[in-house]
Design a protein around this ligand. Structure first.
Ligand SMILES: Nc1ncnc2c1ncn2[C@@H]1O[C@H](COP(=O)(O)OP(=O)(O)OP(=O)(O)O)[C@@H](O)[C@H]1O
Ligand SMILES: C=C(C)CCOP(=O)(O)O
Length: 258
């Protein structure tokens, strides 16, 4: 079984303070991942024939802050190389922290930086090679990707969100499970967690943007992307990470009715 897990930038960073890792939250997440034994092989998460875990993390107070400062979004690009590097370097720094926290817990985590491998065409179609991720999984490593800036034809460089990485990889790896761990316990409608979302229109009124600086669209964009997947996806909070990794479906399950 292959699991793709996104650790929200809002979980692993303090989104109200530029470039601040939330060390406690990150270590808690790393501990939950370590306890779940998520590497490929016979004892891995979910079933006996697990192919392992891919971790993706978002930008939080690292990427979004720099992207906003340089006017870069997932559709608006820049040719300013210093701006591109500022966004990428911030994301690499956060990725170092995430990989480091996992390695401190003996999770065999390795970084994968999308700027060096992914690109977009002028219509915004993203290509993200996954062969290195698949090989890492086969060798029982835990690849750790992150939202990033990537080259886009006619735009310079634009933001690739962790959420889009999750959906691209889930398709390419034919993932069995997808989890988005954010700061909220699920998708909320008037403070109640919605159990299941099958159609965007049914929840559109409840969905908003992020309440922090976020250039890629917050909760509404997440739900839209997840509804396009064949793989069922769960959106849940940090308290439910261990349950998700143990095979449960906490929070909100997003799956289009076929
Ligand atoms: N109906 C809703 N239910 C839950 N959260 C919502 C809703 N509408 C808007 N939100 C906002 O969406 C946020 C989650 O999206 P956000 O993009 O900030 O999360 P993330 O993936 O953890 O962070 P990042 O994008 O930095 O990786 C919540 O913190 C909340 O502010
Ligand atoms: C802002 C950058 C560079 C990454 C955005 O990733 P996200 O937080 O998953 O939307």
């Amino acid at each position: 079984m292959t699991t793709v897990l996104k650790l929200g930038g809002s979980v692993v960073t303090d989104k109200s303070e530029p470039e601040t890792v939330d060390r406690e939250a990150l270590d808690d997440a790393a501990a939950a991942i370590a306890a779940a034994d998520t590497t490929g092989g016979s004892d891995a998460v979910g079933t006996a024939d697990s192919d392992g875990l891919v971790v993706v993390h978002g930008g939080g107070s690292f990427g979004h802050h720099h992207a906003a400062a340089h006017g870069v979004t997932d559709t608006e690009g820049t040719h300013d190389v210093e701006g591109v590097l500022a966004i990428h370097d911030a994301m690499r720094e956060l990725n170092d922290a995430v990989v480091g926290a996992l390695q401190d817990r003996d999770v065999p985590a390795l970084p994968v930086h999308p700027l060096s491998t992914a690109h977009r065409d002028s219509a915004g179609e993203t290509t993200l090679p996954s062969e290195q991720v698949e090989t890492m999984l086969a060798e029982e490593f835990v690849p750790v990707l992150h939202g990033d800036v990537i080259a886009q034809s006619n735009e310079g460089a634009t933001v690739l969100s962790g959420d889009e990485i999750v959906t691209l990889l889930a398709r390419q790896l034919a993932a069995d499970r997808v989890g988005l761990c954010s700061t909220v316990p699920g998708v909320l409608d008037a403070d109640e967690v919605i159990d299941r979302i099958e159609r965007f229109e049914a929840v559109a009124d409840a969905l908003g943007a992020s309440d922090a600086t976020d250039v890629t669209g917050g909760m509404a964009a997440k739900v839209r992307e997840l509804l396009d997947l064949d793989t069922p996806a769960s959106i849940f909070g940090p308290a439910d990470l261990a349950a998700f990794l143990a095979g449960e479906q906490p929070g909100t399950l997003v799956q289009r009715r076929r």
